[in-house]
Structures are given as C-alpha cells and as structure tokens.
Design a protein around this ligand. Structure first.
Ligand SMILES: [Zn+2]
Length: 250
C-alpha cells in the first residue's frame, strides 16, 4: 500500500473511532498513527477532532529522528520542539505533538502497524476506579481472547507527554519478557486505551470489543461481580484458535 492509501485508511479509522454515539473519543480527544513501511509513519497532529479529521490533521515523521529524541534523558521542551520539527517528511506538514513518541514506540516495539489511542467511557470507568486495570487481567467470556489478546499490557498513571512514552516503553518490554509476544491492547490507568492493530480494522475491533467487555464487567457488579474463566479455559480457547489458524494456513 502506498503512503496516501495508508493515510486514507487512517482517516477512515479516525472517523469510525470519533463517531459520537460510541463515546470513544470526543472533541479533541484521542490520537492515532500508521506505519508507512519505509522508515516513516503518519500520526495525528494535536487539536483535530477524530470525527471530522481530514488529510491536514495528520503529519508524517521519520522513526529514526523520533527514536533518537526518545532516547534522550530529560530533554528540554525546546529540544523536543525542534527535534520533532526535524523529524517531518516533506513540506507543509503540521508540527507533530508530543504523543508522537508514544506512537513511535508502540509501532516499533510491537507487531502493530495501526495504533489507536482513545478514552472510551466504560473502559475509563474501570481504569479510573479503585480496581484500576485488574478487571481486564482475567477473561469472563471468550471473544476478547483472540481480539484483545490473552492479557493486556498496563501502564500506571503518568502525566501525558514525554514521560508517558517512556513508561509505555518499559511496560511493552516487561510484557514481552513475561509473555514472549507483543500485546494487542495497552491500558493506561486513569487515562485510556491503546489498540495495537496489524490493520486499521484490527485497531477498530480491539477498541470496540474492549469497550463492550468493559460494559459487561461493569454490569456484572450489579449481580455479585464477575465470574472469571479459568486459566485452563482461556488457554484451551486460545489453542483452539491457533489450531484453526494453522489449518487455514495449510
Ligand atoms: Zn489520552
């Protein structure tokens, strides 16, 4: 796919995520990105509304420059501003925002090529509660297992900005160490959701299913709380899916 076609998919994904009735991201909330496969990626510039964004709401940057900046210890705001400006590909691109670091890290450190960050109402009801991300650590019905992964990566609350990207990088590394694979879903406590999709459709599916899952978790608390699937039931379901996938590939 060429870079313009990737941007068109990203715009379509943004409109889906910004649909107001879904309550995933309203006003200027949320941001998203897509890998271009040539050492660059598209990322939403700050301020645009997800529901109405067009080409002018995105900017294209080089990984190398962004990752070199991300590796700095405590860069000044000026260093960040100029560094991000230097990362731009082509002319007439908007200044990238500080969320560009989070997207660069998610695209580089996972298998994802489409990253969608939103603030879904039900997911946030849980992430902002005394329980934090813990209700998502175990499954209560099978559907989220293949879509959202057997377990989410979790990041404690960190001020949005440069430090948050560092915390996300640490969380992704820990996750890989523990599970041997990259996560499909990242939960940021007191903040929101990051869907790590290998396609735009996957990023949308992860977000929609995480929000449905959250509503179901909340619903169970009206009736005594969740009845979790056992680890064996989750593994059996995941194995069955692996088997189906293998058969399809053969
Ligand atoms: Zn956010």
């Amino acid at each position: 796919m060429d870079v313009d076609a990737i941007l068109d998919e990203l715009i379509q994904l943004s409109h889906e995520l910004g649909t107001e009735e879904r309550q995933l991201a309203i006003l200027g909330e949320g941001n998203l990105s897509a890998d271009c496969g040539d050492g660059t990626f598209w990322v939403k510039a700050s301020g645009s509304n997800m529901a109405t964004i067009d080409r002018s709401g995105f900017t294209r940057v080089r990984y190398e420059v962004v990752m070199d900046l991300a590796a700095l210890k405590d860069p000044s705001e000026e260093q960040i501003f100029h560094g991000l400006k230097d990362s731009l590909v082509g002319e007439n691109m908007r200044q990238p925002s500080v969320v560009t670091f989070l997207h660069a890290i998610c695209l580089q450190d996972t298998e994802a090529t489409f990253i969608a960050h939103t603030h879904p109402s039900a997911v946030l009801s849980i992430l902002c509660s005394q329980m934090g991300a813990s209700p998502f650590q175990r499954h209560i019905f099978p559907e989220p297992i293949p879509v959202c992964g057997t377990a989410p990566a979790v990041v404690p609350y960190v001020d949005p900005g440069f430090a948050l990207a560092e915390a996300v990088q640490d969380s992704l590394q820990e996750y890989k160490h523990e599970y041997g694979v990259a996560p499909k879903m990242l939960l940021m406590v007191n903040h929101g959701l990051v869907a790590l999709g290998q396609t735009a459709q996957q990023a949308l599916n992860i977000t929609l299913l995480a929000e449905k899952w959250a509503r179901i978790i909340l619903g169970t608390y009206a009736l005594g709380g969740p009845s979790y699937l056992s680890a064996e039931q989750v593994d059996r379901f995941a194995d069955r899916l692996d088997e189906k996938l293998r058969q399809r590939q053969m």
